[in-house]
Design a protein around this ligand. Structure first.
Ligand SMILES: C[S@@+](CC[C@H](N)C(=O)[O-])C[C@H]1O[C@@H](n2cnc3c(N)ncnc32)[C@H](O)[C@@H]1O
Length: 216
């Protein structure tokens, strides 16, 4: 596993200092104190764990990405969120407002998300094709993925998973430094859309896709 400091998305210095002070004062519980603990589908309901390279999107980005995958999946489409719990949470929030029956699953390493029930599928990118037997090849209309590390080693393993899952469409969110690898490994093009996080990151983040979209 490659998780050297250079590979991990970094918080900006100001954000890191403010957060360290907050956690020192409040103690860490694993759940955010300012969220309703019963609302597990709120973006950020689970506290970020930086040891797992967790950096959640802000509300606006989670909503934009969820709306994008809903549109691309089509009526009654199937969506796989890989290492992207905020998008899965936002999809669940939007579910009640939608007439069709689009479905979504979350493939995630952090077992706290097992609280989502059957739609949580344990996933470790180090074993990219070690997936639950119910997960059939090319069974998702779109796969959205935000890998934990900014390294070729991580992205090349994640690419194996994504190609197994998708019928074709891929939406990758990762650092801008990964552009060449995203193109080489999955034939993805960088979008002008800039994903934003709830805490400022020092690394520039981007989206990459392999289909026509207004995100480009
Ligand atoms: C950079 S974050 C992406 C989260 C996304 N920005 C969001 O808000 O949903 C990386 C994600 O990879 C997950 N992760 C950490 N280690 C992993 C592993 N070994 N295999 C797969 N995913 C992992 C983290 O739990 C986290 O959800």
């Amino acid at each position: 596993m490659s998780d050297s400091e250079d590979d991990v998305p970094q918080l900006s210095a100001d954000t890191l200092a403010a957060l360290q002070q907050f956690y020192a004062e409040s103690g860490r519980t694993g759940h955010r104190r300012d969220s309703n603990p019963t609302d597990k589908f709120s973006v950020g309901a689970m506290e970020e764990d930086w040891h797992m390279s967790q950096f959640w999107y802000n509300e606006e980005t989670a909503t934009q990405l969820a709306e994008e995958v809903l549109q691309q999946a089509g009526t009654d489409g199937r969506i796989a969120c890989v290492s992207a719990p905020s998008v899965y949470q936002k999809l669940k929030q939007l579910e009640s407002e939608r007439p069709d029956s689009t479905s979504a699953v979350l493939l995630e390493f952090d077992r706290r998300f097992a609280a989502f029930g059957d739609e949580f599928i344990f996933y470790d990118y180090n074993n990219p094709l070690c997936l639950h037997e119910d997960i059939l090849p090319q069974s998702f209309d779109i796969v959205i993925v935000d890998p934990p590390y900014l390294s070729e080693e991580c992205l090349s393993k994640v690419a194996l998973t994504v190609k197994y899952l998708t019928k074709g469409k891929i939406l990758l969110c990762t650092g801008s430094i990964m552009e060449e690898h995203a193109g080489k490994l999955m034939d993805l093009k960088m979008c002008s859309f800039l994903p934003k996080h709830s805490h400022n990151l020092a690394n520039e983040f981007r989206c990459y896709i392999n289909y026509e979209s207004s995100l480009l």
